[in-house]
Design a protein around this ligand. Structure first.
Ligand SMILES: [Zn+2]
Length: 111
C-alpha cells in the first residue's frame, strides 16, 4: 500500500534498522523502544488487520521464534499483537519485547 510506512520499510524506501528478514517477513527495531530488545515483526505483504490474516500467520510466528532464538531471549519475552483501531500503523505487526524493560510494571502487568 502506497501510504503505509511499513510497506515503505519493506521496499527500503525509508531507512530502518532491519534485524532479520526472509521471503515473507521483516523484523526491524522500533523507533520508540520501551525494551532492550523491541522489534516489530511484520508480514512483507500489506495486511491491514489481524482478522485478514490467513496462512501468513505461520511464517510470522516461525520468524518470531527464529528472532527469539537468535537474540537468546528464550527465557523471557512478550509478543503483543495490535489490531484494528489500536494499531498505530494499519499493517499487522507484533511487538516483540525482551531484555531490560523501560517500565516493567506497565509492560508486564498491563499488556
Ligand atoms: Zn503496509
Amino acid at each position: 500500500m502506497e501510504d503505509c510506512v511499513f510497506c515503505k520499510i519493506v521496499k527500503k524506501e525509508i531507512p530502518s534498522n532491519i534485524i532479520f528478514e526472509n521471503e515473507d517477513v521483516i523484523v526491524f527495531k522500533t523507533i520508540a523502544p520501551v525494551a532492550e530488545h523491541h522489534y516489530l515483526v511484520c508480514p512483507k505483504k500489506h495486511i491491514a488487520s489481524f482478522m485478514e490474516l490467513d496462512s501468513e500467520i505461520l511464517s510470522i510466528t516461525k520468524t518470531a521464534q527464529e528472532v527469539i532464538k537468535k537474540f537468546e531471549i528464550v527465557d523471557g519475552y512478550k509478543l503483543i499483537f495490535n489490531g484494528g483501531k489500536y494499531q498505530e500503523v494499519m499493517h499487522v505487526h507484533w511487538h516483540l519485547l525482551a531484555g531490560k524493560l523501560e517500565d516493567e510494571d506497565d509492560i508486564l502487568k498491563k499488556t
